[in-house]
Design a binder for this molecule. Sequence first.
Ligand code: APR
Ligand code: PHB
Length: 389
Amino acid sequence: MRSSRTQVGIIGAGPAGLALAQLLQGAGIDSVVLERRSRDYVLARVRAGVIEQGTVDILRRAGVAARLEREGLLHHGVELAAGERRHRIDFAAQSASVTVYGQTELTKDLVDARESSGVPPVFDVEDVVLEELDTERPRVRYRRSGEAHVLDCDFIAGCDGFHGVSRKAIPAAVLKTHERVYPFGWLGVLADAPPVSSELIYLSHERGFALCSMRSATRSRCYLQCELDTNVNDWSDGRFWDELASRLPGELASRVTRARTIEKSVAPLRSFVAEPLRYGRLFLAGDAAHIVPPTGAKGLNLAIRDVDQLAAGLVAHYVERRDGLLDAYSASALRRIWRAERFSAWLTSVLHRYPGQTSFDRGMQLAELDHLVSSAAARAAFVEAYTGL
Ligand code: APR
Ligand code: PHB
């Protein structure tokens, strides 16, 4: 058995865990990041790509925003479309913007930063178990290459995503969860094809929602609302592009480039909140604590804001010997999280086709969209929520 010790044990090398390690290191606090998957797997994962300005600011403080600020695409608006109608929502009136930059690229920047820091994430760990969480000496047991390890910590950050072990380590009598599972998923593709438009297009259609996003001027990221039991093997590239074109307004449909796809996957949609986000010396952050449907592009942004708040609490603990911020973490993060849950669930409900949806339900959706594009106040509220102002 191998024993080691750190100040903060971090479970999970997703954006939350990696960014937390960076922020802590900047304040002279040491941590160890333990990751179940391999380095290659973590670096290859394709995820969302809209980054709020507030998130960019945190990443800059964490020392990982240089490439993002150089290569990311600054967007000053998004388009909402329904049938043949297209409406642009302009962020400029509120001096707001978002940066389009793939989470895959951000993960690479974060892993690079951790590797140059001299404390790289520990990949390929197995059988992670959290113990003694309600004491001042919590610890993590795990196995790696067949060998048993114990990591003694002052604190443990559960950044291990929705399916991780951290949330499950909180006793059932303490943990409350709130969940909505949607009756559809998103079929997403990545392709070396120019985006159909220079801005993102969120589209509500009788055949279902669609989203045209991008990674660069030559790479598209597109999604189609699909059945939950969709098998990607039933979706040839041709079928995907045909279906996307059938949902787009005519002038955009003609701009779909039917390129070979590089990645194709189905993701279910879920809204989920766990509370509290703290149990003794364990703190939850990111997808371990909450899930939003991707419609509002909030998942990554919430995760980075969580760890920024958690890092501030840990810095206050070590540097000022004050625990007020740590004590406030759960309640104050949850307020912010519920607001993002509200926006994400609302936008999802407005844009997607629901099984058994009546013509009245559809009328309500179209009225919501009409309200959004015709009321300056509604647009301002949308921009505030979408850009994270
Ligand atoms: N032990 C160690 N690591 C684990 C364990 C475990 N038992 N279980 C899961 N993990 C790892 C996963 O392999 C993953 O790399 O924890 C990491 C969690 O990363 P993410 O799922 O990316 O979650 P998070 O860092 O909170 O990032 C949230 O990423 O998933 C998107 O939609 C999400 O955009 C949001 C953001
Ligand atoms: C993406 O580019 O992958 C993306 C963009 C906006 C979303 C979700 C995903 O709302």
